[in-house]
Design a protein around this ligand. Structure first.
Ligand code: GTP
Ligand code: MG
Length: 197
C-alpha cells in the first residue's frame, strides 16, 4: 500500500478547513523535531513531498496527503517548540488536540517519541486526550540510530510500563529510524492493514 503515489491535498490551520473524511486516516503526532515528516517520507520512500527540517517548528499547519486512493496520511505540527510565539504555539496545540479528539475517519495516531529524550508532559497530555476520545494510537520510538540498542530497549520498557493501564493504545510499541530504515518495513505492515483495499 505504501507504494501508492503520495500527493499533498490539503493544509489546515483551523478545523473548518479540514478536508472531508473520505478515506481511512493515519496521523503522525509528537513534539517538534521528533521526525514526523521524515517518517512519512521513509514509509512512502517518496522524498520531497513532505518537507522536513533541522529547525524545529517547520510544520505549521495540519497537512493532509493521499496515498493513492487508499489512505490519507496526516502530518501534524509538532508541540513543545520552545521558540515559537506563545499565541502561535497555543493555536497549533489546540488544533492538534481538536483534530485527534474529533476527526471522523481517523483510524490511528502514531505518536512519535524521541528515544533519547523519552516522554514529556505534553506527550502525556495528548495521550490522556486520546484515551478520553477513544482514539486508537500507537507509540513509535524514533531516531533509534542515535542511541545504543541497550538504551533503546530500556526506554521501550519504561514507556510500556507507564502506559500499561491504557485502553486505546495499540500494542506493540515500535522502534524505528527514518535514517537507517530500521523498523520501517514492520511499521508499513502494521499500518498497511488500516487502508482500504
Ligand atoms: P516539526 O515539523 O518541527 O514538528 O518536526 P518533525 O517532527 O516533522 O521533524 P522532521 O521530520 O522535520 O525531522 C527533524 C530533524 O530530525 C531533521 O533534521 C531530520 O533529518 C532528523 N531526523 C528525522 N528522523 C530521524 C532519524 O530517524 N534519525 C536521525 N538521526 N535523524 C532524524
Ligand atoms: Mg514536520
Amino acid at each position: 500500500i505504501f507504494r501508492n503515489k503520495l500527493t499533498f491535498f490539503a493544509a489546515a490551520n483551523v478545523s473548518s478547513s479540514f478536508p472531508p473524511p473520505d478515506l481511512p486516516e493515519i496521523a503522525f503526532a509528537g513534539r517538534s523535531n521528533v521526525g514526523k515528516s521524515s517518517m512519512l517520507n521513509a514509509l512512502t520512500r517518496q522524498w520531497g513531498v513532505v518537507r522536513t527540517s533541522d529547525k524545529p517548528g517547520l510544520t505549521q499547519t495540519i497537512n493532509f496527503f493521499k496515498l493513492g486512493s487508499k489512505l490519507s496520511l496526516v502530518d501534524l505540527p509538532g508541540y513543545g517548540f520552545a521558540y515559537a510565539k506563545e499565541e502561535v504555539k497555543d493555536s497549533w496545540e489546540e488544533l492538534v488536540k481538536e483534530y485527534v479528539s474529533t476527526r471522523i475517519g481517523l483510524k490511528r495516531v502514531c505518536l512519535l517519541i524521541d528515544t533519547k529524550w523519552g516522554m514529556k508532559p505534553r506527550d502525556h497530555e495528548l495521550i490522556d486526550l486520546m484515551e478520553r476520545a477513544q482514539t486508537k494510537y500507537q507509540i513509535l520510538l524514533t531516531k533509534t540510530d542515535l542511541v545504543f540498542p541497550i538504551d533503546v530497549a530500556r526506554r521501550a520498557m519504561q514507556i510500556e510500563e507507564s502506559l500499561k493501564a491504557n485502553k486505546s493504545i495499540v500494542q506493540p510499541l515500535m522502534m524505528v529510524s527514518s535514517k537507517s530504515g530500521a523498523g520501517i518495513p514492520s511499521l508499513r505492515t502494521v499500518l498497511g492493514k488500516i487502508g482500504r483495499f
